[in-house]
Ligand binder design. Structure first.
Ligand SMILES: Cc1cc2nc3c(=O)[nH]c(=O)nc-3n(C[C@H](O)[C@H](O)[C@H](O)COP(=O)(O)O)c2cc1C
Length: 344
C-alpha cells in the first residue's frame, strides 16, 4: 500500500536505455525460448510492443556457430528496438558471444541472469549468478566492455526466499554500467510457482540511488493489472511474457487503458486472422513443414477460453499440412459464433 498514490501518471517521463527512446510507460515483450522468435515478435510489434528481445541464446552455441543458436540472431528492421539476449557461464565465451551478437546490429545486448532451468543453472549460468554477486558483476562488466551497444540485464529477485538480494544486485548492476534491469518477481527456487513478488520489484524502483530504468515482470495477464502495477510501484516499464502468448492484443489494450480509453476483446475472426499471420511470418523464415509443427504450441493460446474449441484443438495439433490447418481455422471461424465471444 505504501507505494500507492506516490506515482501519478504525470510523474512518468520518457524512458531511455542509452540513446534508445522507449516513450512513456513502455510495455515490453519478455524473452521466451521457443516463443518469441521473429515471427511472433512481428505480431507483437504490430500491437505496440515498445521493446522486444530474442529468445535466449547460448554463448557456447554461438561461438561454436551452432545453427540452433545463430538462427535466433536474425530479426527484421521493423522489430526495433530489439535486444539480443545471451546466456552462459564462461567469461570468454560471453565476451565472444556478445561481440558476435553486436555484429548483427541489435539495439542492445541483454544478459540472462534469470533462467532457473537445471541444465543452465548447474553449469553456473542464468539464475546461478544470483548466488555469486561478484562473479555476476565481473561478467556484466566484461560484456559491457566488449561491445559498443547498451547492455541490459534480466534477473530474478534472488536465489531463494532466504536470499532475496535484488536491491543490492540492481544497485551494483547500475554501478558497473548496465543500462536497464528487468526483474522477474520470483526467486530461482520458485521457478514459475507461487506469485511474482512485486513489492520486491517496487523496492528496487523506490531506492533513492536507482537511476537506470527498472522493468517489472511477472504475472501480468491483463491490461488492468499492468496499469495497476505502473501506478502502484512506479516501475519504468512492464514486461510481459506468458500474458502475450496467443494474446498480442494485450499491448494495445494496455496502451488504450493508459490513455484513459476502453478496449474491446478480439473476436474469433481476429484471432484466426492473427494466428494465420503468425503462421505466415514463421513460414517465410522457417519454411512450411517446421512452421506446421512449431505453430501447434500456439493454437491453444490463441483460442484460450473459447467454448467448444477443444475438438478443433485436437485436430490442429495433429494436422500434418498447412492446407488442413487453414481449413480447420476457417471451420472454427464458421462454427464458433462471434457472439459467444462477447464478454469473454
Ligand atoms: C516458455 C518460456 C520461455 C522463457 N524463456 C526465457 C528466455 O529465453 N529468457 C528469459 O530471460 N526468460 C525467459 N522466460 C521467462 C520470461 O521472460 C518471464 O520472465 C517469466 O515468464 C515471467 O513473466 P510472465 O509471468 O509475464 O510470463 C521464459 C518463460 C517461459 C514461460
Amino acid at each position: 500500500m505504501m507505494f500507492f498514490c506516490r506515482f501519478k501518471s504525470n510523474n512518468f517521463t520518457v524512458v531511455r536505455i542509452g540513446n534508445i527512446d522507449l516513450g512513456i510507460k513502455p510495455v515490453i515483450l519478455a524473452p521466451m525460448e521457443d516463443v518469441t522468435d521473429s515471427a511472433f515478435r512481428l505480431i507483437c510489434k504490430e500491437f505496440g510492443a515498445d521493446l522486444m528481445y530474442t529468445e535466449f541464446i547460448s554463448s557456447e552455441g554461438l561461438i561454436r556457430d551452432a545453427f540452433k543458436s545463430t538462427r535466433k540472431l536474425d530479426f527484421e528492421e521493423k522489430e526495433r528496438p530489439l535486444g539480443i539476449q545471451i546466456f552462459g557461464h564462461q567469461l570468454d565465451s560471453m565476451i565472444s558471444a556478445a561481440r558476435v551478437s553486436a555484429s548483427y546490429n541489435p539495439n542492445l545486448i541483454d544478459i540472462n541472469y534469470g533462467c532457473p532451468v537445471k541444465k543452465v543453472v548447474s553449469k553456473g549460468a542464468g539464475a546461478a549468478f544470483l548466488q555469486d554477486i561478484p562473479r555476476m558483476m565481473a561478467m556484466t562488466k566484461a560484456v559491457i566492455d566488449a561491445v559498443d551497444l547498451p547492455v541490459t540485464v534480466k534477473t530474478r529477485i534472488g536465489w531463494d526466499e532466504k536470499s532475496v538480494n535484488i536491491v543490492e544486485v540492481a544497485l551494483r548492476m547500475q554501478d558497473v554500467g548496465a543500462k536497464a534491469i528487468a526483474i522477474h518477481g520470483r526467486t530461482r527456487s520458485q521457478q514459475y510457482t507461487g506469485e511474482a513478488n512485486w513489492d520486491a520489484i517496487g523496492m528496487v524502483k523506490q531506492h533513492p540511488d536507482m537511476e537506470i530504468p527498472v522493468f517489472g515482470n511477472g504475472d501480468i495477464t491483463t491490461a488492468e493489472r499492468a496499469v495497476e502495477m505502473f501506478d502502484k510501484y512506479g516501475v519504468d516499464g512492464i514486461m510481459i511474457g506468458r500474458g502475450a502468448m496467443g494474446n498480442p492484443w494485450i499491448f494495445s489494450q494496455i496502451k488504450a487503458l493508459l490513455q484513459g480509453q476502453t478496449y474491446s476483446l478480439p473476436n474469433i475472426k481476429e484471432r484466426i486472422e492473427i494466428a494465420k499471420k503468425h503462421f505466415e511470418n514463421s513460414e517465410k523464415i522457417k519454411g512450411t513443414d517446421l512452421t506446421v509443427r512449431e505453430m501447434r504450441k500456439h493454437y491453444g493460446n490463441y483460442f484460450k477460453g473459447i467454448p467448444y474449441f477443444k475438438p478443433y484443438k485436437i485436430r490442429l495439433l495433429t494436422a500434418p499440412e498447412k492446407t488442413l490447418v487453414y481449413e480447420i481455422l476457417d471451420e472454427i471461424g464458421e462454427n464458433l459464433s462471434t457472439e459467444i465471444l462477447d464478454g469473454l
